[in-house]
Ligand binder design. Sequence first.
Ligand code: NIG
Ligand code: FE
Length: 428
Amino acid sequence: MVHKVDLLICHADQLVTCAAPQGARRGPAMAELGIVPDGAVAVDGEFIVAVGPAKEVCAEYVARRQIDVHGHAVCPGLVDAHTHVIYAGNRVEEFEQRLRGATYLEILEAGGGILNTVRATRKASLEELVSTARARLDTMLALGTTTVEVKTGYALDTAGELKMLAAMAALAGADNAHPVELVPTFLGAHAVPPEYYGRPDEYLDIVVEEMLPAVAAWYHDSPFAHRKVPLFCDAFCERGAFDRQQSERVLRAGLALGMPVKIHVDEFTSLGGVTLAVELGAVSADHLDVTVPDEIARLAASQTVGVLLPAVNFNLGGHHFAPARAMIEAGVAVALATDLNPGSAPCPSLPLVMAIACRYQGLLPAEALNACTINAAHALGLGDRIGSIEAGKQADMLILKQPDYRYLAYEFGTNPVAGVIKRGQLVV
Ligand code: NIG
Ligand code: FE
């Protein structure tokens, strides 16, 4: 019997499924993609109903719309599991300061860096935050990103952090929602704001006693709660930001309000934050540039996904990158993300991140693709709904310009994506 569906994608030279029913991919499995040659996908409504050889799927289903993608590869929509896509202003002046020799942490300690963006974001209206973020999301979507995690942390006062969350809700809400799906993270512990200079613990009193309860209440009535998308709590565990104990205080307070944990850790300084992440059952630990071997082993033995952000190393002109090979060999579930932000990574492109990871971190193109799809989905706690092309999952897929997925990382400075399907709709 022939079934009627909304959409059939037929004859992909490579149908790259990234299917991993048993959870995030680790070790040798990170190099496996579950490719179906001459593949097809049947989609009904927002969901995938069948995946397999075109000969079988196209005989079993008829569709209102059929797209022949002969000459192209098809892969899952990319998932950007770490960004700061909502912000005002720019840091182009600091870009030049760094080229002249100042370091990222020196600029932060002098009241610039993140605090520069905090001043601009506090002044910006909600409408301005929404319209500038919308333009960035348009670019990310065209480059193949179909889900984006977004952090607060550029206001650092209760009203301003809620304004950043309101911008996310506006971009995700029913009227005029952006096709890119958002996942919100509260990052009140991003930096010590100027009015609390030298008094980080007093600032954290406000984060814990005022901001977190306000944010948890906001979430309860937000479009995210209605769609069962989690609200994460994050902290920047770093010299000049928050130490391990301070980070733990905030993250535990978030957990007590039902917020799963993410953490910025080991970007410049190893403060034991990976051990903390594992103790707290964090969904992800991000950056990991200077993580020590003991902590790599601890991460590998945990469910916490390691999110690497090599666009930051590239942008800061460093020659050191997170030890991705050692992590994969140890068994860490590795994901890659852009960290899109105006300071350390003004980069919307996951294909460029894959290109960097392959060249400077020794990832294979297949490992890089799993790291931007199924493992990134697990870094958001959404691995059962997005990140792979499997029956029952949301229909988020890319039609690539080339017949071979490796072009995603092979060419750079160009857009490898010909078409984007989000929730069953052709949106690019
Ligand atoms: O992930 N490291 C801390 N936070 C961001 C940078 C934010 C900024 O520089 O504005 C990061 O790199
Ligand atoms: Fe970040």
